[in-house]
Design a protein around this ligand. Sequence first.
Ligand code: C5P
Ligand code: C5P
Ligand code: ZN
Length: 478
Amino acid sequence: MDAPVPALATRAEAAARRLREAEAVLLASHIDADGLTSAAIATTALERADIPVATTFEKQLDEEAIAAIAASDYETVLFTDFGSGQLDVVVEYADRAGFTPIVADHHQPADADAEFHVNPLLEGIDGGSELSGAGAAYVLARALADCGRDPEDHATDGNRDLAALAVVGAVGDMQTVDGELVGANARIVEEGVAAGVLDTAKDLAMYGTQTRPLPKLLEYANDVRIPGITNDQAGAVRFLDGLDLDLKADGDWRTWADLTHDERQTVVSALVRRAVRNGVPASRIDDLIGTSYTLPRETAGTVLRDASEFSTLLNATARYDRADVGLAVCLGERGAAFGEAERLLRTHRRNLSQGIEWVADHGVTREDNCQWFHAEDEIRETIVGIIAGMAFGADGVDRSVPMIAFAHAEDGETKVSARGNARLLRKGLDLSAVMQQASRAVGGDGGGHAVAAGATVPRGKETAFVEAADRILGEQLR
Ligand code: C5P
Ligand code: C5P
Ligand code: ZN
């Protein structure tokens, strides 16, 4: 058998064998794009193996959530895209309630042992950039196909058709490095391409290539700021009008996906010339190009055709208590569920732009080793992490220290999200440790990845939390 991630094969096979013995499985997953795709991959693989499965989604796998899962009376519980960080608590409840936990995750593991634990970090693979929760679920799904009675079911190619969802999860978790998926993720991409469910290309690295009219595509793309185009509606239109191309069809602007290869080349060359002329550094100009991940079985011109747009659609469902809608779309429903997802996407986009505007208006507070803002009730706690990341990447922001964001959560608690970048990682940043230690110091809990992590703290403890985080960051970044 050729495992997609050989280092995880033994763990995946053990977990798959245990799942095969289960009468029924409760699957618990996280409410973001990676969590939804993880769940879709796992449920599909279980159903194909004739193992009944029920799903439940959680914002955070805290003790309360684990207790509820333990009370559900399932003998086998599969955790995807979370579980590692809380493994100590999971194991404690599992022993007490008598269920077997199986974890497929990529978060920093707690100090605990579990028999069935598929996590890249246990085998020296980076969980922040080389394998996502959906990737871990995919590894498990492939093992599950291999230990079935009919090991290579040709219709599904040993579950390789699920690679597309794994890539949507990895892209949704922002795992790309210099514009492309690397390491174990890249192996999954290869399997997806071979199975005919993925296409890759070197292409313009802007969000919205399938659905945004060209001027909006250029205006809203702010990873690389090009004067006179970025955040400049009239400028973007002038730029496109100035090209010797017919970029409208029936009076409407075409999309990037509509353009021919030559037309794309013309636009990219002109963009690069404009950037050079305006003094955009060469290293940033390189960032205009990246690898695109296309799902060729989806309809062209829809959000589902592009992994990045697909992942945003999923975030627009689960982060608004509608994981059922996102999961249905992942499982192939294209009727009412897809319509509802598109409606949720419009709300999500509005919330993101209002949130970013709020941060720009209110500014951030600078400490020695971090910067922070507290959105209180102005930003929904489930998207404050996305906004922290966008604010940290925004033009003119000081990126020498990480960004910490607060928003009010339920039950008198406050949600914290922290975001860093590759440069800070090289200096020693580990936000997972910062969020865990600083939150525990004030009676909360947290964790995540070195580059992006989160926590929940009691309301009123924000100042003490910032002090603790600032001190730990000072030690890390010294
Ligand atoms: O819980 P989970 O692992 O799925 O979430 C990962 C989070 O980390 C996502 O919100 C993702 O956007 C964020 N991230 C980031 N920058 C990176 C890697 C991940 O903001 N370089
Ligand atoms: O919520 P946010 O997007 O900021 O989360 C960033 C990362 O930290 C995610 O991978 C999330 O699963 C993790 N996290 C965690 N424990 C928390 C909050 C977030 O492990 N209490
Ligand atoms: Zn994840």
